[in-house]
Ligand binder design. Structure first.
Ligand SMILES: *[C@@H]1O[C@H](CO)[C@@H](O)[C@H](O)[C@H]1NC(C)=O
Ligand SMILES: *[C@@H]1O[C@H](CO)[C@@H](O)[C@H](O)[C@H]1NC(C)=O
Length: 242
């Protein structure tokens, strides 16, 4: 039994994209570690709760999930987490199915335990992890990124905060800018920031060169992680006429 459990844990500790979830235990009674849900939790609007997600492999048997959470310390009650699904549809029955559960009204600076159990005809699997809301903060990317020419060779980069970040006035965001270009076959990049403004003027860029701009957003005091990069915006600075 221990061999089985340890193998499952080793498989799961480094799963990608995980945000500071502290895995406590992962078990599969059927002996198939792949049936253990790989759960990722994220807070995209501090302090408005978290969304935990996992996917179900296309080939897995019909599975029913139970998701609960509770405070790690003290005697608070265990709460059920409402589960919704997306992904697999009748048009693509073989695609992965994604499951989500929303944890509203979490206390700040408090350790929580999330317990996800997958029940299928071959047995059941369980995923138990601990997290604190502050560690899993990751806003959605900024939107509406615009790059325009400004005073001859300068560029003005502007963007809007992610609309899903609801408490902009209480928990402001800061931003980083990444711009990239190709030079003699190799790709170069510059990372600027953080900025509290939602625009910045850049000087000294090279006329005729194609630049790609992206922006990410992070909670101002540095909670959690920067968002994913926004979709790239491309611009070429015109050569000044001779
Ligand atoms: C779960 O769904 C029920 C019914 O839609 C709702 O009353 C309840 O507040 C929801 N619970 C959570 C934790 O979202
Ligand atoms: C996790 O949830 C399952 C299903 O509700 C339950 O049987 C199990 O005891 C729970 N584990 C912990 C450690 O709370």
């Amino acid at each position: 039994m221990c061999v089985r459990v340890c193998a499952a844990v080793a498989l799961l500790v480094f799963f990608p994209g995980s945000l500071a979830l502290d895995l406590l235990r992962a078990t599969a009674t059927s002996g198939d570690p792949l049936s253990i849900p790989k759960v990722h939790c994220r807070c995209s609007s501090y302090p408005n709760g978290a969304l935990c997600s996992w996917s179900q492999p296309a080939a897995s048997p019909p599975t029913h999930y139970i998701a609960t959470y509770r405070e790690r310390h003290g005697h608070s009650s265990t709460k059920m987490c409402n589960i919704t699904s997306s992904g697999s549809s009748s048009a693509f029955p073989d695609s992965e199915q994604h499951w989500h559960c929303h944890l509203p009204n979490l206390k700040l600076l408090t350790d929580y335990i999330i317990n996800i159990t997958a029940v299928h005809s071959g047995g059941s699997s369980n995923f138990l992890a601990s997290f604190m809301l502050e560690d899993i903060v990751k806003p959605d990317p900024p939107v509406d990124v615009r790059v325009s020419h400004h005073k001859s060779r300068n560029l003005l980069v502007e963007w809007s905060p992610p609309p899903t970040w609801a408490s902009q006035h209480i928990f402001p965001l800061k931003y980083q800018i990444l711009y990239q270009w190709e030079h003699k076959g190799s790709s170069k990049s510059v990372n600027l920031g953080p900025f509290e403004n939602t625009k910045i003027e850049l000087k000294g860029l090279i006329p005729g060169r194609a630049y790609q701009f992206q922006v990410c957003a992070r909670e101002l005091l540095g909670l959690g992680h920067c968002s994913s990069w926004s979709s790239p915006v491309n611009i070429i600075i015109p050569r000044t006429k001779a």
